[in-house]
Design a protein around this ligand. Structure first.
Ligand SMILES: *[C@@H]1O[C@H](CO)[C@@H](O)[C@H](O)[C@H]1NC(C)=O
Ligand SMILES: *[C@@H]1O[C@H](CO)[C@@H](O)[C@H](O)[C@H]1NC(C)=O
Ligand SMILES: *[C@@H]1O[C@H](CO)[C@@H](O)[C@H](O)[C@H]1NC(C)=O
Ligand SMILES: *[C@@H]1O[C@H](CO)[C@@H](O)[C@H](O)[C@H]1NC(C)=O
Length: 378
């Protein structure tokens, strides 16, 4: 059979230049060029999934289009173990029928995977929300798990009204998330809670850039992992950008993280590092830089070592070591009664906390129980 070669440049997170974080290791390869052999007379066609029964055979292809799919209750749209190099595109609106379960509604895993499209994933959260989030009440579904992804990009999609946590990045590396929208606005008035935008655990070399989010919990939370770069986030009504909470989990180390060039509007907190009370772990080399705060209700900048989900203990503990934390150019305003800066460290667990260019107006004074390099806390 006569064949012809098509040269395709695949852009993956691995080959995409990211802004330099001093501590992020140099990327290995430049853009890779790979050969795809396409038999004569056949072009690469998209395999369209518009009902669940289409999925099985499309999973044997490398170009899957999820188009206006209605996923039945208690089913996961299972895109795990995709063929290496698969492209998944979402078009139209993908809906998930309501059920009291934990989900996830979608899971994606594989190697060199590209997820894109202008589609909407609608979790129909209003049917699940009861104001209690994942701390009580009915079980609620997590929406999208990016798990065991090795080299991947996720771009363009919109996720709307997740019942609980919106996206989780788990056990993954070299993943680039950009230009996505997380819109849980309806949760403000219909009891949305714990609708964290993106949670990152046990993952390395992750970039998140240019995303718009409206949530009822952390917009982005780095719970464990290393070499993580977050930039260009516009976050409304959430609980801010966070490292943590760290400690008491399967993985309890966070290293080399940069959050920069982002805006937080009407959030409970601005930028935050929280470690769990009476647990152990390690947080090192975390920088927040160029972050604008508007109408922050509680803490503009917060480092706290007394965190407990049910409510902070007010007794910071020493088990999670915090080293080399930099806050540069954090500016804007906090609401009446808020703390521009709150730092509550254990007895001897915070080292080299350095702030510069802090200009947060409003609130009723800052509180720190340790010395901050470059910042007069009062
Ligand atoms: C933190 O960054 C410094 C300077 O870049 C580096 O020497 C050190 O190894 C890093 N620490 C960790 C725990 O990665
Ligand atoms: C700010 O957030 C609170 C709590 O989520 C909400 O009730 C309020 O409407 C928001 N205000 C604006 C101006 O967005
Ligand atoms: C701290 O954790 C240990 C081990 O999990 C537990 O036995 C102890 O009761 C805890 N202490 C406090 C004061 O919560
Ligand atoms: C701090 O921010 C306020 C309000 O934006 C501004 O008027 C003031 O000039 C800033 N101060 C410094 C030292 O940059």
């Amino acid at each position: 059979m006569k064949c012809f070669l098509v040269f395709v440049t695949i852009l993956t997170a691995r080959s995409t230049p990211i802004l330099p974080v001093r501590s992020i290791a140099a990327r290995s390869s430049p853009s890779e060029v790979i050969d795809i052999v396409i038999p004569e007379g056949r072009s690469q066609t998209n395999c369209i999934v518009s009902q669940m029964s289409d999925l099985k055979h499309c999973l044997k292809t490398k170009s899957i289009v999820i188009s206006n799919l209605a996923v039945p209750a208690r089913e996961t749209l299972d895109l795990s173990n995709l063929i290496s190099g698969t492209q998944v595109m979402f078009t139209g609106t993908t809906t998930f029928a309501h059920a009291h379960w934990v989900g996830p509604l979608v899971v994606i895993s594989g190697k060199d995977i590209q997820v894109s499209g202008d589609g909407i994933l609608d979790g129909q959260g209003a049917l699940s929300w009861d104001g209690k989030g994942t701390n009580g009440g009915y079980k609620k579904a997590r929406l999208l798990y990016l798990k065991d992804l090795h080299g991947a990009s996720v771009t363009g999609i919109t996720i709307r009204n997740s019942p609980a946590q919106v996206m989780k990045v788990i056990d993954s590396d070299h993943l680039m998330i950009s230009g996505i929208t997380i819109d849980n606005t309806d949760g403000d008035t219909h009891g949305g809670h714990n609708t964290d935008g993106i949670g990152i655990s046990n993952s390395q070399y992750i970039t998140v850039s240019n995303c718009i989010m409206h949530t009822q919990d952390d917009c982005i939370a780095v719970v464990s992992g290393s070499n993580i770069h977050v930039s260009g986030i516009h976050c409304t009504n959430g609980h801010g950008l966070a490292v943590g909470s760290v400690g008491g989990k399967l993985h309890n180390s966070v290293m080399n993280v940069l959050f920069e060039n982002s805006i937080l509007v009407n959030n409970t907190n601005g930028v935050r590092l929280k470690t769990n009370y009476n647990t152990t772990g390690e947080v090192a080399n975390v920088t927040f830089s160029n972050i604008k705060l508007e109408m922050i209700a509680k803490y503009g900048i917060d480092i706290q070592q007394d965190y407990l989900n049910g409510g902070p203990t007010n007794m910071p503990s020493d088990g999670v070591k915090i080293t080399n934390i930099h806050m540069h150019n954090i500016f804007g305003n906090v609401n009446k009664g808020a703390y521009p800066v709150n730092v509550l460290c254990g007895h001897d667990s915070c080292h080299n906390l350095e702030f510069s260019g802090i200009n947060i107006t409003g609130g009723s004074g800052s509180h720190c129980n340790v010395k901050i390099i470059g910042f007069d806390c009062r």
